[in-house]
Write a protein that binds this ligand. Structure first.
Ligand SMILES: Nc1ncnc2c1ncn2[C@@H]1O[C@H](COP(=O)(O)OP(=O)(O)OP(=O)(O)O)[C@@H](O)[C@H]1O
Ligand SMILES: [Mg+2]
Length: 252
């Protein structure tokens, strides 16, 4: 579904992403992990069109989409979870999702007034049901908990049925209960056939949901493989899991 080859991006003298290559297989959950500053978000933005690479290629379903804008990538079936600030905070939860559904509706619908009014509303109801947010439909988006707002962002992303969903730290700032709900949601979307690329700091979540994990350090890939293989990798333990264990023990 997604193939990345020789991707590089420098900011001034800093090589944020250096010769990165990986792929995400259709219908699987692929995760990008690594210590702070490893280049995960930069890689994510290079793939989702937020920034253009200095070098390298991004292919989506075989098509070269390197440097494409986010709206153009969206039309090809890629969606990244919205930043929280992209919600319309004063509008209702339902209106937020309906807007997203309308914006992503196939263009021909615009010529049928009835369809353009009816279809996005139906889609919005269905999405809110699916995401367990139906009871919050009339509430203003600003009244939602942080976890519900993040799930609302994913619901809005799913309007238009993307094939590839990119999530950058979807559980950041969430309580354990909210994290668990988000984990179930990610697994449910994957079970429906959505290909997912996940950047996430919660290592236990990554280990439990991922089919394939790519580990980055200082802009480069240092390991990849299924969860158990990555967990057992000595370089990964030193570079990343060791850091987590140290910080957890120092917190305790
Ligand atoms: N727009 C930018 N301008 C300059 N430097 C940047 C920019 N974006 C990222 N960087 C630098 O590039 C490196 C990689 O950053 P990036 O945000 O991709 O890391 P990350 O793996 O997502 O980290 P985190 O886990 O903290 O989110 C860091 O040293 C960061 O300071
Ligand atoms: Mg980041």
């Amino acid at each position: 579904m997604l193939e990345v080859e020789g991707l590089s991006k420098s900011f001034g003298g800093l090589r944020a992403v250096a010769d990165l290559g990986f792929s995400a297989r259709a219908g699987q959950i692929t995760s990008l992990i690594g210590p702070n500053g490893a280049g995960k978000s930069t890689a994510f933005n290079l793939v989702s069109g937020g920034i253009a690479p200095d070098r390298g290629r991004v292919r989506l379903s075989g098509a070269d989409v390197t440097g494409w804008s986010p709206p153009r990538l969206q039309r090809l079936g890629l969606c990244r979870s919205f930043q929280i600030t992209n919600l319309f905070f004063d509008l209702s939860v339902f209106e937020n999702v309906r807007f997203a559904a309308q914006a992503r509706a196939p263009r021909k619908r615009l010529f049928s007034r009835l369809a353009s009014l009816g279809a996005p509303s139906q889609e919005a109801h269905a999405l809110l049901d699916q995401f367990g947010l139906a009871h919050l439909g009339p509430a203003p988006a600003k009244s939602l908990s942080h976890g519900d707002q993040r799930r609302l962002e994913i619901a809005m992303c799913m309007a238009g049925s993307p094939q590839l969903l990119l999530l950058d730290e979807p559980t950041q700032g969430m309580s354990p209960t909210e994290t668990e709900l988000t984990k179930e949601l990610i697994l449910k979307l994957a079970a429906q056939g959505v290909t997912i690329l996940l950047v996430e700091h919660d290592i236990e979540l990554v280990m439990s949901v991922s089919n394939h994990i790519i580990v980055m350090q200082q802009g480069s890939k240092i390991a990849e493989g299924p969860p158990q293989q990555v967990r057992d990798d000595r370089r990964v333990q030193e570079a990343y899991l060791g850091v987590v264990a140290d910080s957890e023990s120092s917190d305790a």
